[in-house]
Design a protein. Structure first.
Lengths: 367, 125
């Protein structure tokens, strides 16, 4: 580059605002006795004025300097780009985290949705008892009042009083009925409480839990949810629960979702087999086994549905992977179940018996 | 005249005994209870000939369902009448019960006035 071109170049830089002023770069009005040397590099230019032309060796030195500048500039630019890329990635991560927690919340609500019909049934049962027992108690109180009236009449007529034991018996029955009403009211209340716990999320802490009771309650809710939902199927439910189970440390509201997800999947799988079955001999069967060992407990949720094809076996635990059509599945059930079991320090694995259904095996440490 | 009520909810016994206490104390009817379909079948098989004339059974029970019980009773004891009592009045259950030979179909909560009419109608025959 010659001197005139350089002067033009610096002017341009000033116009573009890339440098403050051309004062330091001016080549005009320079001491006329200076020899100028221009050494452009990728991001700029080095120029050196000297009272004599630089020798080959000196020029080489300045050239090396220009290259060193170039490298330093490049490093700096890389660093700036990296910073920009980093903050872009961080923003994307934040967004992803927000989306993820939304999805987890949605899946939570979806699993609650699957239970809605089961919960309705479970609340309706005790409510039926509350209604029937209070109704019959009213009838009995009327009977007591009639008996009392009879007694008063006989007293007035100077006749012998009627036997008081009938009234006593009825009163005892009414007492039993009120106890039943209280029992079933408490039962309905317990169901609503555990439903709220499931929807809101509880303390998030592990508590010693009667796993067998949890299995009974939630399998029952899932079953009735399925029965009262779309396309119900007849399922034989077999609970093979270890009576020596004792208490297992569990985050209840999380672990119930695992039970719900596994049962719902099993029902869906068996429904599809039930629809395609031609023999008419297919009896859908859901078997849940719990077993306590020295350090671990094992829970197996086993169905006799169509099983899982080999080619998707590795994918079923991945988020968003689903075999269900349209909006029927979020593709998050198994993935979240897997995460929940992992957060308990355990493992969730699938065992597939070719054309004999699938078994999901959960292992959890007890201590 | 002996009736058998099958339901996995045990409190159903107290409820039936109280609701039908007049009919029971007058000796008009007798009621027995079974808390699973299997228990009901064992009860029927243990007496020859079975003295139960009419079964009221829940449908959704753990283990054998009321509909399976209905099928078995119709084969083994065709002379015994069976009506279903279900929390779900869905068409599928109703159709299956009726085509399997159920006499009636009641939905929960049980309307005891209707149930008593059914029992009276059966007694008067």
């Amino acid at each position: 580059m010659n001197e005139a071109a350089f002067a033009e170049y610096t002017k341009n830089l000033v116009q573009q605002g890339a440098v403050g002023s051309d004062e330091k770069y001016v080549t005009e009005n320079r001491p006329t006795d200076l020899y100028l040397h221009f050494l452009p590099f990728l991001q700029g230019m080095l120029y050196v004025g000297n009272d004599a032309p630089l020798k080959e060796q000196e020029l080489q030195l300045v050239q090396n300097l220009a290259e060193a500048f170039s490298t330093a500039y490049a490093r700096y630019e890389d660093f700036t780009k990296l910073e920009a890329a980093k903050s872009a990635v961080e923003a994307a991560m934040d967004e992803l985290r927000a989306t993820q927690s939304q999805l987890v919340q949605q899946e939570k609500l979806a699993s609650l949705g699957q239970l809605t019909a089961g919960i309705a049934h479970e609340i309706k049962n005790p409510l039926n008892f509350v209604n029937n027992f209070s109704e019959v108690s009213i009838e009995m109180i009327e009977e007591v009042l009639e008996e009392r009236e009879k007694t008063r009449l006989s007293d007035r007529l100077g006749r012998e009083s009627t036997d008081g034991t009938l009234v006593d018996d009825i009163l005892k029955d009414i007492k039993v009925n009120l106890q039943k009403i209280h029992k079933h009211g408490t039962r309905a209340n317990g169901i609503v409480t555990s439903m709220l716990l499931h929807a809101r999320g509880g303390s998030g802490k592990k508590e010693p839990t009667d796993l067998n009771a949890l299995v009974r309650e939630y399998v029952n809710l899932c079953f009735h949810g399925m029965r009262a939902g779309k396309n119900p199927i007849h399922v034989e439910i077999v609970l093979d629960l270890d009576t020596e189970m004792g208490l297992t440390p569990l985050v209840k509201e999380d672990f119930t979702r695992v039970i719900i997800n596994l049962c719902t999947n099993a029902f869906d799988a068996m429904r599809s087999k039930s629809i395609s079955d031609q023999s008419g001999n297919y009896v859908p069967r859901l078997r849940i086994t719990t077993k306590k060992e020295a350090q671990t407990m094992t829970m197996v949720v086993e169905d006799n549905g169509p099983g899982i094809p080999d080619e998707i076996k590795d994918k079923i635990m991945q988020p968003f992977f689903t075999t269900k059509k349209g909006t029927e599945g979020t593709g998050l059930g198994l993935s979240i179940s897997h995460d929940i079991v992992k957060a308990h320090g355990g493992s969730l694995n699938v065992e597939i018996k070719e054309s004999e259904g699938s078994a999901f095996v959960i292992q959890l440490p007890i201590v | 005249m002996k009736f058998l009520v099958v339901d996995d909810e045990k409190d159903v016994e107290i409820l039936f005994r109280q609701k039908l206490r007049k009919e029971i104390s007058s000796g008009e009817i007798e009621i027995e209870f079974a808390f699973s379909a299997n228990e009901a079948l064992e009860l029927l098989r243990s007496r020859k000939p079975p003295d139960v004339m009419y079964i009221f059974s829940d449908i959704n029970m753990p283990g054998m369902t009321g509909l399976d019980l209905l099928d078995k009773v119709k084969v083994e004891f065709p002379e015994i009448k069976v009506s279903m009592i279900s929390a779900y009045g869905d068409g599928e259950n109703y159709d299956r019960a009726m085509s399997s030979g159920a006499k009636g179909f009641f939905t929960k909560p049980i309307d005891f006035d209707t149930l008593k009419e059914e029992i009276q109608g059966f007694l008067n025959k």
